[in-house]
Design a protein around this ligand. Structure first.
Ligand SMILES: Cc1cc2nc3c(=O)[nH]c(=O)nc-3n(C[C@H](O)[C@H](O)[C@H](O)COP(=O)(O)O)c2cc1C
Length: 200
């Protein structure tokens, strides 16, 4: 039976709302979410979303989350390399880094696993488990592009949060939902965040 455990990381790139919407969507389902927020992830989340923590009440009040009775949110400090996601023996269905900073991307590309976000991602690559990154920066330097190519070649899915307009979004939330919907598609999780393109 596939695991109901997912790892989610939020790092210090702009777009904390992507991480928040992803977490809220997962916790509406019978999913065990193992969360790591980097120091700058927390600071950018405070700046962009007014986040003060703890996470669950914040998602309930700001993202209309009503957690599934069988959901569970476990949060670890980014400097806790003893936490389960640091080990290949921890079975899970995949990891999403939303948003992913260029610093965290670089560390993953280099295999420089000195915090739990990078170590858990490194483990996904070596264990061939799904790893989805939402890298956010613009413009992109050759260093950023080479790092993206390296991690894509190692098996990660690069899913930059670049909006599409063919579904005619009317709000920021529509734009975010469309991206997170595609991330859930990759994880094989059904959702109603964005309609499937019918060609009409
Ligand atoms: C308000 C704010 C916005 C930022 N936006 C980005 C961004 O979009 N992309 C990026 O790569 N870094 C961005 N940064 C810089 C990262 O936060 C910084 O490189 C940090 O060291 C990333 O560390 P982390 O990956 O461990 O979270 C931003 C920083 C701040 C304060």
């Amino acid at each position: 039976m596939p695991s109901n455990k997912m790892i989610v990381a939020i790092t210090g790139a702009s777009g904390a709302i992507y991480g928040a919407v992803l977490l809220a969507e997962l916790l509406r389902r019978p999913v065990e979410v193992h969360l790591v927020v980097s120091d700058y992830g927390r600071k950018v989340m405070a700046h962009e979303l007014g986040f003060t923590g703890p996470m669950l009440p914040f998602l309930e009040s700001e993202f209309e989350l009503v957690p599934h009775e069988s959901s569970l949110l476990k949060e670890y400090s980014a400097d806790n390399l003893f936490a389960p996601p640091a080990s290949g023996s921890f079975r899970h269905a995949g990891m999403v880094i939303a948003p992913c900073s260029m610093k965290t991307l670089a560390a993953i590309a280099a295999g420089f696993a000195d915090n739990l976000v990078v170590r858990a991602a490194d483990v996904c690559l070596k264990e061939k488990r799904p790893l989805i990154l939402l890298p956010r920066e613009t413009p992109l330097s050759p260093i950023h592009l080479e790092n993206m190519l390296k991690v894509a070649r190692a098996g990660a899915v690069l899913h930059p949060p670049v909006p599409a307009f063919y579904h005619r979004p009317e709000s920021v939330r529509d734009i975010v939902n469309a991206t997170i919907g595609r991330v859930l598609d990759h994880l094989g999780i059904s959702h109603d965040l964005a309609a499937e393109w019918s060609g009409d």
